[in-house]
Ligand binder design. Structure first.
Ligand code: ZN
Length: 341
């Protein structure tokens, strides 16, 4: 692949005919077979949009799941969705109504087979598929069975591995685990977070990635970021452990981020998915904005190791803004190839 291949963190806005717009937990507008068919149509549309925008490694846009964690949990036995409790998540940054683990966990069926296969049939480009990471999952469910956070995390990691292997067999090229919980529970990343990811990627021969981030552009996250001071150094505690991991790529936000670029040097040996598009702002980047991010990162990371991406998922954004930002990413990557070839 050429220099600076492009991808996106994962999600894209859903069309208004499929689900409520501009919501992180949107309600579906279709039911039954119409919903199943609609999810697949939206998946193909998301791929076409990425192709038109110059995105090299496309995703399903997460069109078939209501939320990036609960989309997975819906296919897991041992979770009682009727037993929802209010739980402070991400170290009490915000409160969510979460379901309860009430018995041994097992996959009831394939989680993402339909959209993965439709995506594979729809494009010749490489496809990246996202799954929630074990630490993020256990931070989004209540436990009334395992009595031990770590044991529950590894139980989920085994299920993730089952689905990840099946996705690879479906022809998926990159499997990415989303772990926004990693920069909240930094001590636990080295203690067991990486090992849980290793369980999740066991036996995979496709490319593997982990996305860590400071969250979508929702108010609770924006407020939290404002409280973190002039420099965000949370990654300093976890990058050395990630550098020593068996994952191939790390996805990090870099646009409008206060993470000192020097910290990226701690990820030596890893390919970097560089977030060059801010998803917490509706201001559309220019190609030059993208090039400026690349220029800064190149101070510490060799160009062969860079993949250009978005900071985080775009699910809650307005569709026309997300589309314009994707176009900027594609154009920015093209410009960066000219500039830094
Ligand atoms: Zn993210």
């Amino acid at each position: 692949m050429s220099l600076f291949p492009t991808t996106i963190a994962g999600s894209l806005p859903k069309p208004g005919w499929l689900a409520e717009e501009n919501r992180l937990w949107p309600a579906w507008k279709l039911r039954g077979e119409a919903l199943a068919a609609g999810k697949l149509d939206a998946t193909v549309a998301a791929i076409r949009l990425q192709e038109r925008s110059g995105i090299d490694v496309v995703t399903d846009g997460e069109q078939a799941r209501q939320h990036f964690v609960h989309g997975f949990l819906e296919c897991v036995d041992g979770i009682d969705f009727a037993r929802k409790v209010a739980m402070g998540i991400r170290n009490n940054r915000y409160t969510a109504m979460v379901p309860t683990v009430s018995g041994p966990l097992a996959l009831r069926a394939r989680v993402h087979a339909a959209e993965a296969r439709r995506a594979r049939a729809a494009t010749d480009r490489k496809i990246k598929f996202t799954l929630p990471g074990p630490m993020t999952i256990i931070d989004t469910v209540a436990d009334a069975y395992y009595g031990d956070r770590t044991a529950m995390a590894f139980a989920f990691a085994k299920l993730l591995n089952e689905e990840a292997r099946a996705l690879a067999a479906d022809g998926i090229d990159v499997i990415q685990f989303d772990e926004p919980a990693f920069n909240v529970y930094t001590d636990e990343v080295g203690d067991w977070g990486i090992e849980a990811l290793h369980t999740a990627i066991e036996g995979l021969t496709c490319t593997t990635a982990v996305h860590i981030c400071y969250g979508y552009g929702i108010q609770a996250n924006t407020d939290w970021k404002a409280s973190l001071g002039g420099e965000w150094r949370q990654y300093e505690a976890i990058f050395p452990a990630l550098a020593g991991s068996r994952l191939d790529q790390v996805s990090v936000e870099c646009r409008s981020s206060k993470v000192p670029v020097s910290l990226l040097g701690l990820l030596a040996g890893k390919d970097l998915q560089v977030g060059a598009i801010d998803v917490a702002s509706d201001t559309v980047e220019t190609a030059d904005d993208v090039v400026r991010v690349v220029e800064r990162v190149l101070e510490v990371v060799p160009k062969e190791r860079l993949v250009l991406s978005t900071n985080c998922g775009m699910a809650p954004m307005r569709a026309e803004i997300a589309a314009a930002k994707l176009a900027a990413l594609g154009a920015g990557a093209a410009l960066a190839r000219e500039r830094f070839a």
